[in-house]
Write a protein that binds this ligand. Structure first.
Ligand code: SF4
Length: 268
């Protein structure tokens, strides 16, 4: 994909490929935030993570997912109404989840704001603050455990089913996402339910036409979160950030393969 750099006035501007701010400095004691997305980058390719966070190398920007963001926003409005009324969402009875309601907390809007705040927890006694913007949190009124939730939008011909959804290679990162939110909330001293949920909105591509509308099916996918593995990985991430070691690249990465091939031709 060709991505052109623009300034805040949307004018084309030279792309330098380097950031001057928000770069980790091992000798600084100042707090440094690592988001759930950057943690997932670490799990995917340590080399890219290191170049980005420690060396300030900027990867090409991606377009926003405005349709997905729109469904998220509408769902938030709908769940906020249930939150205010302390009532289960209209989907819950078909899943026997009448005992679950959206969780109300004065910081909820901060926790949902992945750009400026999010859930936050310090890693051990380091200056690393782990953050993650959660879509929603519900509460089991029987056990008082809170439940992590992520809304997902897609348009897939296949029906949304628990096993196939959770075993898809493309959804492994989603599971890390819920694990990470559950981990942060536990660190924030909340009692967190093992089972979180994906609310999957699937656009129907089989309709006879668009006519200004797209119908979505809505499916709740329960997922048993696992948080035990996270601290060890964050330890490794922290060690890497404080080292001078540049890890190997991920051999399956198309971006690196593209850059290598291009360099071959440019050096002819
Ligand atoms: S393999 Fe290369 S381009 Fe791909 S994520 Fe790693 S460092 Fe980045």
């Amino acid at each position: 994909m060709i991505s052109l750099k623009r300034n805040t006035k949307y004018e084309l501007t030279p792309a330098k490929g380097l950031r001057s701010r928000n770069i980790y400095n091992p000798s600084s004691k100042a707090d440094f935030k690592i988001s759930r997305g950057k943690f997932f980058d670490f799990l995917t390719c340590q080399r890219c993570f290191y170049l980005d966070r420690v060396k300030g190398v900027v990867s090409p920007s991606l377009p926003g997912w405005s349709l997905n963001a729109a469904t998220d926003e509408l769902l938030k409005k709908e769940f906020d109404i249930c939150r205010e009324k302390r009532q289960p969402h209209r989907l819950f009875p078909q899943y026997d989840l009448e005992h679950i309601i959206p969780f109300d907390h004065p910081d909820l809007n901060k926790w949902r704001d992945s750009l400026r705040a999010g859930l936050m927890s310090r890693h051990r006694d380091t200056n690393i603050i782990l953050t993650g913007g959660v879509d929603d949190i519900w509460i089991n009124t029987n056990t008082e455990e809170i439940i992590v939730v992520d809304y997902k939008s897609q348009a897939n011909r296949r029906p949304v089913e628990v096993w196939s959804y959770l075993s898809s290679v493309y959804h492994q990162g989603y599971k890390v996402q819920l694990d990470f939110y559950a981990y942060l909330l536990k660190k924030m001293k909340f009692k967190v339910a093992k089972t979180g949920y994906f609310l999957v909105c699937n656009g129907n591509k089989e309709a006879n036409g668009f006519y200004g509308n797209m119908k979505f099916s809505e499916t709740l996918i329960p997922y048993d979160t696992s948080t035990d593995w996270i601290e060890k990985e964050v330890d490794k991430m922290y060690d890497l950030m404080n080292s001078t070691y540049l890890p190997k690249h991920n051999t399956s990465c198309e971006n690196c393969a593209y850059a290598a091939r291009r360099a071959e031709f440019e050096n002819l």
